[in-house]
Design a protein around this ligand. Structure first.
Ligand code: SAH
Length: 501
């Protein structure tokens, strides 16, 4: 028996999905979604889910409502048990939710309505605009400026002008001058605050705050701001153009590999920044030595210690372990060292608590403190799972200190190709660049060198995670403007807020 869930996806910020919405989009067999659903939310849907995009905006084909109704019925009759019909904002606010519900009812199909946060309330809120406020606004009215004919709907403008609360127009970017004119003619003061709130709750959000009188030019084109709300009322003064998200409007480049970018991306976005992903390398397991890796892993008892120097090393190590039919118990004869907090977190996610972590998170301190503090005779060699291309600082330092050290080149990294123009545009538009490892710095410089674009780095402030990465930046004659006090993502984002917020 099929159930169709009419689900609100909220206004854009994936953090504003309800728990029910999240549960449903991650467990449904089929998701049918609109143009308004933000790409960051679509990314949360597992790749195995059947997806129907029924609102391709710019493409030739955006499905008409009767076609969508028919599609829902057809899918339900095919027998999938969970079908999610996902809409921007709330499904019952200017979204044909009621119509789809009726169609499902008539066809005898089970359905459930899952409300979402509507843009009209959330988008102003992200600019510190409360839609009601004591002694300022006792009501808010949501309206649509859209009509089949393209004309302004026939509202009782006098009544709206008299209400004195907040007016929130959906789908109105083409009607802004007519709405403003109609309200002024109906008795609203031309000095009433009015604002265009565009792409609210997304990193691209913007607020254009003026007065009603300043929005009356019929020649002014606001279509580039869609989706946007036209909000009118005294409450707009409370915003003062501010937002409670300290990095709002800032663009920050993330150079981590794509599969690792998400924690930094999320941390930046939840502070309001736009994260520009610029991965420089792609990691893949080192197929050339697959058999050798499997042999090493089945003989871990030969090693006294296993040294993990990055979350990547942890990830590829455990992937290789699982591939070899083993699990974390294979590590039980060994002791474990971790280079820093991010590596430790990756180990802990695998159920492993490292036995040793240096007080400073770079190769020199790692080798020195290890030799000083770990008194056990180094009768057994150390195993160092790493990238095939990694700089060999640690292995050298350990060997110099008398430890026998075997590297296991578990994974390789290959550069990602970009067009010169794409690189130039990304770097030129950003407020900050972040680098979380020295290899990210080396790869970025190599990439830019190909196009003689390294000079762009002189104009762009660089934020790094830890001294080792700072050293890598300095090795190119550049100065990192910001070094996170601790080598962790929250510390890096905190430092950026202090600098930019
Ligand atoms: N069901 C949706 C509204 C759909 S109508 C809801 O409850 O939010 C589409 C209109 O919603 C757009 O034309 C725009 O006016 C508004 N809208 C949707 N998302 C928006 C956003 N992130 N920022 C500003 N306006 C938005």
């Amino acid at each position: 028996m099929s159930t169709v869930y009419l689900v609100g996806a909220g206004p854009g910020d994936p953090k504003l999905l309800t728990r029910r919405a999240y549960e449903l989009i991650t467990s449904a067999e089929i998701v049918v979604y609109d143009a308004l659903v933000s790409p960051r939310i679509v990314e949360l849907i597992p790749p195995t889910t059947r997806l129907y995009n029924v609102g391709k905006r710019y493409g030739a084909h955006s499905m008409k409502q009767p076609e969508i109704n028919a599609l829902l019925i057809e899918l339900a009759s095919e027998g999938a048990s969970k079908i999610v019909r996902l809409k921007g904002g709330d499904p019952f606010v200017f979204a044909h939710g009621g119509e789809e519900m009726n169609v499902l009812r008539e066809a005898g199909i089970r359905y459930e309505i899952v409300p979402g946060i509507t843009a009209g309330l959330a988008a102003p809120a992200y600019f510190d605009i409360p839609v009601t406020h004591r002694a300022v606004s006792r009501s808010f009215t949501c309206l649509t400026a859209h009509s089949e004919s393209g004309e302004l709907p026939a509202f009782d403008w006098q009544a709206l002008a008299k209400l004195g609360g907040t007016l929130i127009f959906y789908m109105g970017v083409r009607q802004i001058a007519s709405i403003s004119q109609a309200l002024i003619e109906a008795g609203c003061s031309a000095a009433t605050p009015a604002a265009l709130v565009s792409r609210g709750t997304t990193p691209q959000q913007s607020l254009l705050a003026r007065t009603l009188g300043e929005f009356t030019d019929p020649e002014e084109d606001f279509t580039a701001y869609t989706p946007a709300l036209f909000v009118i009322g005294e409450v707009i003064r409370l915003s003062e153009g501010r937002t409670s998200r300290p990095l709002a409007g800032k663009k920050v480049i993330v150079t981590r590999a794509r599969h690792q970018a998400s924690s930094l991306q999320e941390a930046l976005e939840s502070e309001g920044a736009e994260a520009l992903l610029l991965p420089t390398i792609e990691l893949s397991s080192n197929e050339a030595i697959k058999a050798e890796v499997a042999t090493h892993l089945s003989q871990l008892a030969r090693y006294g210690w296993v040294f993990f120097t990055s979350p990547n090393a942890v990830e590829f190590f455990f992937a290789a372990l699982h591939r070899a039919g083993l699990d974390a118990r294979a590590l039980s004869p060994c002791r474990i060292a971790s280079l820093g907090p991010m590596t430790t977190a990756a180990l802990e996610a695998q159920g492993i608590k490292p036995d040793f972590m240096p007080s400073e998170y770079h190769a020199k301190a790692f080798a020195r403190e290890f030799v000083e503090q770990v008194s056990a005779p180094h009768d057994k060699p150390l195993l160092l799972p790493a990238s095939a291309l990694a700089h060999d600082d640690l292995a050298h330092l350990l060997q110099e200190a008398g430890c026998r050290c075997e590297r296991l080149p578990l994974y390789t990294n290959s550069p990602i190709h970009y067009e010169a123009e794409e690189l130039r545009a990304t770097l030129a538009s950003a407020d900050y660049l972040t680098a979380c490892s020295s290899s990210a710095v080396h790869h970025l410089v190599e990439l830019l060198e190909q196009y003689q674009l390294t000079d762009l780095l002189r104009e762009l402030p660089i934020a790094v995670l830890g001294e080792q990465t700072a050293g890598a930046v300095r090795s190119y004659g550049l100065d990192p403007q910001l070094i996170a006090p601790q080598a962790t993502i929250p510390s890096l984002v905190g430092a950026l807020i202090e600098r930019l917020g």
